[in-house]
Design a protein around this ligand. Structure first.
Ligand code: SAM
Length: 224
């Protein structure tokens, strides 16, 4: 599984998503200084926010990527708290520790039940009024080819290639919003590059959300 990311890490180093640059302004305006980069990979967003003076934490299951990131940070004289961690496990941070979290093209790489756990964990570690930025693949905009196997509704694995056996969950719009009932949607749009996924910026309410994910039924739910 880890080798699946080598090409991605090599290709994406240093290139920052346009939405992530916009987030900097939002975070600064709201004094959101401590942020988490979930599945940070080659660290493009970790570096970006660290270089802008944010207190950055990040993790990825790929040991080599984290080691490279740490070396780069030292070289650039930047600081970030990085560790090797599996996002499907309880996250190694206190409750309500972060002002903001981002997970760029990461949380869909697992099963629906694990995504539910990740969403709970993100909610736990975010402060009330904390921001969450997600970029995930869209079920609506994707065309699916024959080289894939559906392992559950909305989740497939490739039969071959560099991402062989890596799960990809494709989110329906209502499914994605329904995962965050206690959050206010600041922005939701489709990505314009080849990736074609959803970009979502949401803000946590004052209380913990009563999560009732309707992954399978896909029923629309009012987002508060
Ligand atoms: C498509 S890359 C995105 C990396 C980074 N967020 C970015 O935008 O450049 C997906 C990342 O998710 C990480 N990943 C996949 N499954 C993971 C897991 N279970 N726990 C932690 N990281 C994981 C991979 O190692 C890889 O770095």
């Amino acid at each position: 599984m880890k080798s699946a990311w080598k090409d991605w890490h090599a290709k994406k180093e240093g290139v920052v998503e346009p939405e992530v640059e916009k987030l900097e302004k939002l975070f600064k305006e709201n004094n959101a200084g401590r942020i988490l980069d979930v599945g940070c990979g080659a660290g493009r967003h970790t570096f970006y926010f660290a270089s802008k003076g944010f207190e950055v934490y990040g993790f990825d299951e790929d040991e080599e990527a984290i080691e490279n990131d740490k070396q780069m940070l030292r070289k650039e004289e930047l600081k970030a708290d990085l560790r090797v961690w599996d996002m499907t496990k309880p996250m190694p941070y206190q409750d309500e520790f972060f002002d903001a979290a981002l997970a760029v093209r990461v949380i869909h790489h697992t099963s629906i039940s694990n995504i539910t756990k990740i969403v709970h964990e993100l909610d736990r570690v975010l402060k009330p009024r904390g921001f969450l930025f997600l970029q995930v693949p869209s079920y609506e905009s994707e065309t699916f080819d024959a080289g894939t196997i559906w392992i559950e509704p909305g989740t497939l694995v490739a039969r071959g290639g560099p991402e062989k056996n890596v799960p990809h969950h494709f989110f329906r719009k209502d499914e994605l919003l329904g995962m965050f009932p206690g959050y206010a949607t600041k922005e939701l749009h489709s990505n314009t590059d080849h990736y074609g996924g959803y970009c979502l910026i949401i803000q946590k309410g004052r209380k913990h959300a009563a999560f009732q994910c309707s992954f399978v039924s896909g029923l629309a739910r009012e987002n508060q």
